[in-house]
Design a binder for this molecule. Structure first.
Ligand code: UDX
Ligand code: UDX
Length: 492
C-alpha cells in the first residue's frame, strides 16, 4: 500500500488508491493501529479484532511492561482486568490482534490509526488542575506524521476538549509530507468493569468527521468497521466538534446524577429519609430513569472529574462563567461527599482516629476493575491518614504497590510515612482483625457474602461498620452487633 505523495487536488483520488475498495465502493479498512494499550485502547481493539477477523489490529504502546503483559501467556496477567476480556483476547490474539512497542511500523502499515493515549488533567502551567494535558496526543500526531508513508484515517479515541481534532489536523497537515489525513472523533462510552458487554452491545457508536467527500468517506470506513456487529441505526455520525463535545457532556450528565443523589443522601441522613427508597421512587419516573442513582462515597474513575474540569475550563475561556460554575458544583459536591464520609468515621470513633486501625474494603474506583484512578478510597484514606489513622487495605484486584503509588501521588506526606501508616493485605478477614472500624469503599460482590459475624468477632468493640456503597443490609448488620452507618440512611 505504498503511495507517492499527493497534492491537495488529487486528495480524493489518492484516498481511493490508498484503500482497497469494497463492493459498495467504500474505503475498506484492512489494517488498524491503535496507539495506547490502556483501559480504553486494549479492550476496544480486542473486541474490534474479535468481531472483524479480516482486519489486522496492532495495539502499540511505549510502555514495554504493559505490552509484555498484554502478550502474557497466562491471561490472568493481562494489564487490564475486565470480566470477559481474557476470552476475547484468547480468541483474537496472534490471529489478527497483536500487541507491540514498534509504534512506527504499526503506523506505517495501517490505513486507520486510533489515538487512545491518556489525557490527564494538567499538573503544571496554564490550566493547571483544570485543562486536559494534550502533550501525549500531540506527540502521537507528530509520530503519525513522521512514520506515515501513505494516507491515513486518524481516529481520536481519547477524550479530548472540543476542537482538539483541529490541532491534530494542523500538525498532520503541516508535518505529514503532503499525505492526506482524515481526522475522525470516535469517543468511547464503555464503562470499566462492563467494557466487554458495553463494546459488544453499545447504546450507540458516535463518529464525528468532516462534511466533505473525503470526510464522509472516512466516516463510512469507520461505520463499516463497527457495522460488522453494531446495528446501523445505533451508529450516529456528526461533525467533529459535536462528537467531541458529546463525550464531555455525557460524562458530565452522568457525574451530575451521582452528585445529585449524593446531595440528597446528606439530606436523607439529616431528615430520616432513606436514599434508596427515594432513588427508587424517583427512578420509576420514566423521564428520570432508574440508572445511575446509587448514592455512594463519591464517584471516581479517570473520566468524570477530568472531563468536567475540562468543560469548566473551556467555558471560562469563553467567559461563560455561569455555565462553568454550574458544572463545577458537580465536582465540589463529589469532594464534599468523600470528606463527609471520612468525617463521619472520625466522629463515630469519638472524634479521634489517631493510632486506630481502620480496615478499607476496596480500593478500586468501582467493582470489577483494577483501575484506581481518582478512586474515592484514595481521598478518604488521605483524610484519615492526616488524622494519623492506621489503614489496612484489602482489594481483590488492586496490587499493593498501586495503593502506595496512589497515596504518594497526592504528595500529602512522605512515601515512608505512607508506608508506615498503611498496610495492604490479601485477605479481608486479616484486614478487619483488631480494627476499630471497617469501611467499604468499593462495591465488590464478594464483600456482600463475607462472614460478617466472624468479622464482628475479629474487631474491637464497639464495631463500627461504614458502608460507603450501600451493599449490606442495615437491619442484618445491626443484628450482628455492628454500629452500622450507611450512605443516606439514619445510623443503626
Ligand atoms: C482513556 C482515554 O484515552 C482517556 O482520554 C480517558 O481520559 C481515559 O481513558 P486509558 O486507556 O484509560 O485512557 O488510559 P491508560 O490506561 O493510561 O492508557 C494509555 C496508554 O497510552 C498507556 O499505556 C501509555 O503508556 C500509552 N501511551 C501514552 C503511549 O503509548 N504513547 C504516548 O505517547 C503516551
Ligand atoms: C464512565 C462512563 O460511564 C463511560 O460511558 C465513559 O466512557 C467513561 O466514564 P467509568 O468511569 O468507567 O465510565 O464508570 P462508571 O460506571 O460511569 O462509574 C463512574 C463512577 O461513578 C464510579 O466511581 C462509580 O462507582 C460511581 N457511580 C456510578 C456511583 O457512585 N453511583 C452510580 O449510580 C453510578
Amino acid at each position: 500500500m505504498k503511495m507517492a505523495s499527493h497534492t491537495g487536488k488529487s486528495l480524493s483520488r489518492a484516498f481511493h488508491v490508498a484503500f482497497k475498495k469494497s463492493n459498495h465502493n467504500h474505503v475498506k479498512v484492512k489494517n488498524i493501529c491503535c496507539i495506547g494499550a490502556g483501559y480504553v485502547g486494549g479492550p476496544t481493539m480486542s473486541v474490534i479484532a474479535q468481531k472483524c477477523p479480516e482486519i489486522k489490529v496492532v495495539v502499540v504502546d511505549i510502555n514495554q511492561e504493559r505490552i509484555d503483559a498484554w502478550n502474557h501467556e497466562d491471561l490472568s496477567q493481562l494489564p487490564v482486568y475486565e470480566p470477559g476480556l481474557d476470552k476475547v483476547v484468547a480468541q483474537a490474539r496472534g490471529r489478527n490482534l497483536f500487541f507491540s512497542t514498534d509504534v512506527n511500523s504499526a503506523i506505517e502499515e495501517a490505513d486507520m490509526v486510533f489515538i487512545s493515549v491518556n489525557t490527564p488533567t494538567k499538573t503544571y502551567g496554564e490550566g493547571k488542575g483544570m485543562a486536559a494535558d494534550l502533550k501525549w496526543v500531540e506527540l502521537c500526531a507528530r509520530q503519525i506524521a513522521e512514520a506515515s508513508k501513505s494516507d491515513k484515517i486518524v481516529v481520536e479515541k481519547s477524550t479530548l476538549p472540543v476542537r482538539t481534532a483541529q490541532a491534530v489536523k494542523d500538525i498532520l497537515h503541516n508535518t505529514g509530507n503532503g499525505l492526506n489525513f482524515q481526522i475522525l472523533s470516535n469517543p468511547e462510552f464503555l464503562a470499566e468493569g462492563t467494557a466487554i458487554p458495553d463494546l459488544e452491545n453499545p447504546d450507540r457508536v458516535l463518529i464525528g468527521g468532516d462534511d466533505t467527500p473525503e470526510g464522509r468517506e472516512a466516516i463510512q470506513a469507520l461505520v463499516d468497521v463497527y457495522g460488522t456487529w453494531v446495528p446501523r441505526e445505533k451508529i450516529l455520525t456528526t461533525n467533529v466538534w459535536s462528537s467531541e463535545l458529546s463525550k464531555l457532556t455525557a460524562n458530565a450528565f452522568l457525574a451530575q446524577r451521582v452528585s445529585s443523589i449524593n446531595a440528597i443522601s446528606e439530606l436523607c441522613e439529616a431528615t430520616g429519609a432513606d436514599v434508596e427508597e427515594v432513588a427508587k421512587a424517583i427512578g420509576t419516573d420514566s423521564r428520570i430513569g432508574s440508572k445511575f442513582l446509587k448514592a455512594s462515597v463519591g464517584f471516581g474513575g479517570s473520566c468524570f472529574q477530568k472531563d468536567i474540569l475540562n468543560m469548566v475550563y473551556i467555558c471560562r475561556n469563553y467567559q461563560l462563567n455561569e455555565v462553568a460554575d454550574y458544572w463545577e458544583q458537580v465536582i465540589k459536591m463529589n469532594d464534599h461527599q468523600k470528606v463527609r464520609f471520612a468525617k463521619k468515621i472520625i466522629k463515630n470513633l469519638y472524634n479521634t482516629v489517631s493510632g486506630k486501625k481502620i480496615a478499607f474494603l476496596g480500593w478500586a474506583f468501582k467493582k470489577d476493575t483494577n483501575d484506581t484512578r481518582e478512586s474515592a478510597a484514595i481521598y478518604v484514606a488521605d483524610y484519615l491518614l492526616s488524622e494519623r489513622a492506621n489503614i489496612c487495605v484489602y482489594d481483590p484486584k488492586v496490587p499493593k504497590e498501586k495503593v502506595f503509588t496512589d497515596l504518594d501521588y497526592l504528595n500529602t506526606r512522605s512515601s515512608e510515612e505512607n508506608r508506615k501508616l498503611v498496610s495492604v493485605v490479601n485477605d479481608p478477614y486479616e484486614a478487619c482483625k483488631g480494627a476499630h472500624a471497617v469501611a467499604i469503599l468499593t462495591e465488590w460482590d464478594e464483600f456482600k457474602i463475607l462472614n460478617w459475624e466472624q468479622i464482628n468477632d475479629l474487631m474491637l468493640k464497639p464495631a463500627n461498620l461504614f458502608d460507603g456503597r450501600n451493599i449490606l443490609n442495615s437491619s442484618e448488620m445491626s443484628r450482628l452487633g455492628f454500629r452500622f452507618h450507611a450512605i443516606g440512611k439514619a445510623d443503626k
